[in-house]
Design a protein around this ligand. Structure first.
Ligand code: PLP
Length: 375
């Protein structure tokens, strides 16, 4: 068996960040302001400006970022939140945690993102059933690519719903020149280490242009704090971004744009190399979009065999996601539009190594092992 290359190489990034990163961590430790220290506000300003949005509110992780926004909008029992069936569990989990009901929507086979026709079907289903009130649509920018908000937004507006973008995987990507994070009534991201912009532990952020929502989020992340520290005006959470993580993220944001470009170079090379094979379906980036390539995900037949051949060649692969949420034991009882595409994708998707520091020799190894494996 050949030596394995890493699926993601976070140590290569760490070496690049070098001494300034060590100094930033040291300063955060020595300052003694470990919770909501000045680095948190600095990072919130930096990232809001970078994203092109008025407010960024740091919090403990991406799951909380979504939950905080739902809570700030008073989404709760009797409310329907439309969520893609093909995504990570957190997207639906937060809806259930808020006491509302996720309603599953199918995705498009090319982009893996929310299908506008299926969203219409899901809204019609909820209205016909009459038990839930449609409130929020939560598309996910899966694998790094913004959902097609140009097609989703007219439906969302027509129905008088709110748009919450789960951009945990797609933060920093672009749609018609606008950054994911600056799209929608609000957006949420994750700084989990493996995300395109990750920290060295858990972290997350909410984004919005709405001043009132910003104030509610600042309160909710601190136990629903009012004007005084021990006055509580809402039932909130303890969900803050650590000062050390903010210090790390300040340094990482400086190289993020370059890293997105490097990921795009790798993705272009993969897509060109696989273009000649009719046994591999490569991911499609919609017109006007730039992906952050959180994952590079193929669709293949005989996935088990494909994965074992790659493993023998020293190429790790991952399956995101093997079971659609509409079929998961914890979520199968919630309403759902038909999800045939999500079901088909869950049997065929396989992600290849992807990160900004994947050198040409490693790219070649991935490409030739992939082409060999499909014959
Ligand atoms: C689409 C999506 N939403 C939400 C989350 C939750 O983020 P976190 O792990 O920071 O709570 C993730 C993270 O894996 C995700 O991929």
């Amino acid at each position: 068996m050949a030596d394995s290359i890493p699926f993601i190489d976070l140590q290569a990034q760490r070496r690049r960040l070098g001494e300034p990163l060590n100094a930033a961590i040291k300063a955060a430790v020595e300052s003694g302001q470990w919770i909501l220290g000045p680095q948190v506000a600095e990072f919130e300003r930096d990232i809001a400006q970078w994203t092109g949005v008025k407010h960024a509110i740091g919090c403990a992780n991406g799951t909380d970022a979504l939950l905080l926004i739902l809570r700030a909008w008073d989404v709760g029992p009797g409310d329907a939140v439309f969520v893609p069936a093909f995504t990570f569990a957190a997207s639906a989990e937060v809806v259930a945690l808020a006491g509302a009901s996720p309603v599953f929507v199918d995705v498009l086979a090319d982009s893996f993102n929310m299908d506008p026709a299926s969203l219409e079907a899901a809204i019609a289903l909820v209205k016909k059933d009459g038990k839930l009130t449609p409130k929020v649509v939560m598309p996910v920018d899966l694998f790094g690519q913004p959902a097609d908000y140009r097609l989703l937004q007219p439906i969302i507006r027509r129905e008088g719903l709110k748009l919450l973008c789960d951009t945990a995987q797609g933060f920093g990507g672009l749609l018609d020149g606008k950054r994911a994070g600056a799209i929608g009534d609000a957006a949420a991201t994750s700084f989990f280490p493996a995300k395109p912009l990750g920290c060295y532990g858990d972290g997350g952020a909410c984004f919005t242009n709405d001043d009132e929502l910003k104030d509610r989020l600042l309160s909710l992340r601190m136990h629903g704090q009012g004007s005084d520290r021990y006055e509580h005006v809402a039932i909130g959470l303890n969900s803050r971004l650590d000062t050390i993580q903010a210090a790390i993220l300040i340094e990482k944001l400086k190289i993020f744009e370059d890293e997105i470009e490097r990921r795009n170079v790798v993705a272009r090379r993969y897509t060109e190399a696989f273009a000649g094979s009719n046994r591999i379906k490569t991911p499609v980036v919609i017109e006007g979009a730039i992906s952050t390539w959180a994952q590079y995900t193929l669709q293949v037949e005989s996935r088990n065999l494909f994965q074992s051949k790659l493993r023998l060649a020293g190429i790790p692969t991952m399956i995101y996601y093997p079971i659609p949420l509409s079929r998961q034991p914890a979520y199968a009882h919630y309403p759902s539009a038909p999800t045939p595409v999500s079901q088909a994708l869950s049997g065929q998707v396989v992600s290849l190594p992807m990160h900004p520091y994947l050198d040409e020799a490693s790219q070649e190894r991935v490409i030739s092992a992939t082409l060999d494996a499909v014959g």
